[in-house]
Design a protein around this ligand. Structure first.
Ligand code: ADP
Ligand code: ZN
Length: 657
């Protein structure tokens, strides 16, 4: 839609001033031709009157009677008379009541015509009207621009009017349930408060920080709180507001924004919905692209590169979709840091509710925990809304305080409204997701070579993922061994297997897991020579994949090979799956414990997962993988040291020689 609109108005948008000038000229010309008709005669008169001799009416009459005139022009207030010698021209004021004049002229055979005089009023009007119309159009333009940029076009030369700043009173305490995000921006506050400290040391503070999270999770609020804590001006713009503007205006506004922010530094610039201007140029796909967006984006990049890390300005930008952003935006020195402002978990929701009941009279036996329990998957803005709605309900019923029942009613309304809008997890799905994710987590922690779990969550994230398990990739790891690839397959299968063991039925939620597992085994066969099917033969050359599709590799192997490979993938998936099932059965209790904890907290950490598993292993005398990993690392370190020693020996020996 956006693109289409822009195309329609393209010329118009691109050249506002040219369009405007053409408009004005056309209108003036139009008027000149209309009004000019009457002015034609006027000009004759005026031209003649330069040489015209002003005479009395009586003299004029005598000129008629003595036939000294050839032609007479009669206006409303004066008459022009042309002498028969073709040289003299006379003007005279009309004497009212001379009804005989025409008669006399005819009698003497003098040609006569009438003309309409333009008086000052029509003259002025003829000039003014086009200007009035032009001003009208100007105001229409200005109105349009005002709508999209929040200040008049007349303020274009006056940058101060284009961007507004405020000094927010918001503090970190007003932002709840996003503790990690708050910790991450804490250093920005410190930098803005005491820039000199950082500059002297030569510390490089990030210029741009991307706040990533669903709508209503408090990104704007957090940005404001940073400004509020640091007590610096807060400049706020929305990315989408640039798109509606004429080309060039967006860029000019970015320039003004930075100019103003630099003047008021230390300061914060907040760009909401940055994806509106920062959408990847490659992903746009439309030929020609969107000029306005591109110009604005380029200006933004230029401005960000334009000041050093010693200028205490921090640009915070919010987005819901970091993946669509142009890579240029994410380069070092720009938005090279991302802070996740996630949907709150249970505890977070309680905290947010507590923030918003401040100033609202609540009944003594209100339990906010109950509300938090019912609102999994909702963002801070929804929770703020629920409290306010409950207060309104209580007010309508003329209560003195908000009761728990009001809160429940409000929650119900919010959920009913949201059920359509966003994906809210229902109890049955929640159960499936909890077991599924616990399955992943257990396999990750009990399989040799698998990546450790850092977080397990059943808080839905976006429309696609209902839950997720995050793994911490090990540092300094650039390749994978065969057993590690198999471990990854096991972890992926763990989700589906858990559904089978604990729910007794398979859901569609594991589709992506299976796809990834299949891909891993396939590349083990095709690319890495890790199977007997193809041996060391590479079936698929590594190729540059362009945006994950487009070019298809030509198959360079036989049908028989393809069949064998398919068979291998299928049987090994089955074999892995069977061992995974056994593992889950073995660790049944541990899974149940994880699910219980997930139900309670919605997010659990890798540490908590490991605690549950170790407790279970201890109780059942199972040889633990968790401790085994520690042993492995120690062995590795020892081996490393031994190798280094040996290398040193060799070196010394060669030195002796
Ligand atoms: P976003 O910018 O992420 O879309 P906002 O910051 O505009 O979300 O949030 C809108 C409102 O919702 C805030 O003004 C605040 O009242 C409430 N809110 C959202 N998140 C939180 C939070 N984490 N803590 C407290 N209030 C919140
Ligand atoms: Zn999964």
């Amino acid at each position: 839609m956006q693109d289409k609109n822009n195309k329609d108005n393209n010329f118009f948008n691109k050249n506002p001033l040219v369009t405007f000038a053409i408009f004005s000229v056309v209108i003036i010309l139009l008027f000149k031709t209309i009004v000019g008709d009457t002015q034609g005669t006027n000009e004759n008169v005026a031209g003649a009157s330069k040489r015209a001799k002003s005479i009395n009416y009586s003299e004029f009459k005598s000129l008629i009677s003595s036939k000294q005139l050839k032609k007479v022009d009669i206006g409303q207030s004066y008459i022009k008379a042309y002498g028969s010698d073709s040289l003299s021209v006379y003007t005279t004021r009309i004497v009212p009541g001379d009804t005989k004049l025409i008669e006399e002229l005819e009698k003497q055979g003098i040609e006569y015509t009438g003309f309409s005089e333009t008086n000052w009023f029509t003259e002025m009007f003829g000039w003014l009207l086009p200007f009035l119309i032009i001003i009208g159009i100007w105001m229409f333009f200005a109105g349009r621009m005002q709508k999209s940029m929040g200040s008049g076009i007349l303020g274009m030369g006056n940058s101060k009017k284009m961007v507004n700043s405020e000094k927010p009173k918001t503090k970190f305490d007003d932002v709840a349930g996003v503790e990690e995000a708050k910790e991450e921006v804490q250093e920005i506050v410190d930098f803005l408060k005491f820039p000199a400290r950082y500059v002297e040391i030569g510390a490089k503070i990030p210029k741009g920080v991307l706040l990533v999270g669903s709508p209503g999770t408090g990104k704007t609020l957090l940005a404001k709180a940073v400004a509020g804590e640091a007590d610096v001006p807060f400049f706020s713009v929305s990315g989408s507001s640039f798109i509606e503007m004429f080309v060039g205006v967006g860029a000019a506004r970015v320039r003004d924004l930075f100019e103003q922010a630099k003047k008021d530094a230390p300061s914060i610039i907040f760009i909401d919905e940055i994806d509106a201007i920062g959408k990847s140029r490659a992903a746009g796909g439309v030929m020609g692209g969107n000029d306005e967006r591109e110009q604005t984006l380029n200006q933004l990049l230029a401005e960000m590169d334009g000041f050093g890390t010693d200028t205490p300005i921090i640009i915070l930008a919010a987005t819901n979709r970091p993946e669509v952003l142009d890579q240029a935006l994410l380069r070092p020195g720009r938005f090279d840091r991302q802070v996740l402002v996630d949907k709150p978990d249970f505890e977070g929701r309680v905290k947010i509710l507590k923030v918003h009941v401040k100033g609202v009279k609540m009944d003594e036996d209100v339990e906010l925990e109950e509300v938090a329990r019912l609102t999994a998957g909702l963002a801070g803005a929804d929770l703020a809304n629920i409290i306010n709605e409950a207060a309104l309900l209580a007010g309508r019923k003329s209560q003195k305080t908000v009761k728990q029942s009001d809160l429940f009613e409000s929650v119900e309304r919010a959920l009913a409204g949201l059920a359509k809008k966003s994906r809210r997890i229902n109890p049955k799905e929640k159960k499936i997701v909890a077991y599924h994710e616990s399955g992943h987590a257990l396999l990750a922690e009990t399989t040799k070579g698998a990546k450790k779990v850092s977080k397990v969550s059943i808080v839905p994230r976006g429309l696609a993922a209902l839950g997720y398990t995050l793994n911490t990739p090990e540092e300094n790891k650039f390749m994978m061994q065969k057993h590690e690839l198999w471990a990854e397959v096991d972890v992926l299968l763990g989700g589906r297997a858990a559904e089978e063991v604990f729910i007794g039925e398979i859901s569609t939620g594991a589709g992506n897991d299976l796809e990834r597992a299949t891909d891993i085994i396939k590349s083990m066969v095709q690319t890495y020579g890790m199977s007997d099917v193809a041996g060391l033969m590479v079936l698929e050359k590594s190729r540059q994949s362009f945006l994950g599709g487009g070019m298809q590799a030509t198959r360079e192997y036989s049908d028989k090979m393809a069949e064998n490979m398919d068979e291998f993938i299928k049987t090994s998936l089955k074999a892995r799956y069977d061992t995974v099932l056994v593992r889950l059965e073995e660790y049944r209790e541990a899974i149940e414990d994880m699910v219980k904890l997930l139900y309670k907290k919605e997010n659990i950490t890798g540490v908590e997962v490991r605690e549950i598993i170790t407790a279970f292993e201890k109780k059942n005398n199972i040889d633990s993988k968790v401790t085994k990993v520690v042993d492995e690392i120690r062995d590795e370190l020892e081996e490393d040291a031994k190798m280094a020693d040996e290398a040193k020996d060799v070196e010394e020996k060669s030195d002796e020689k």
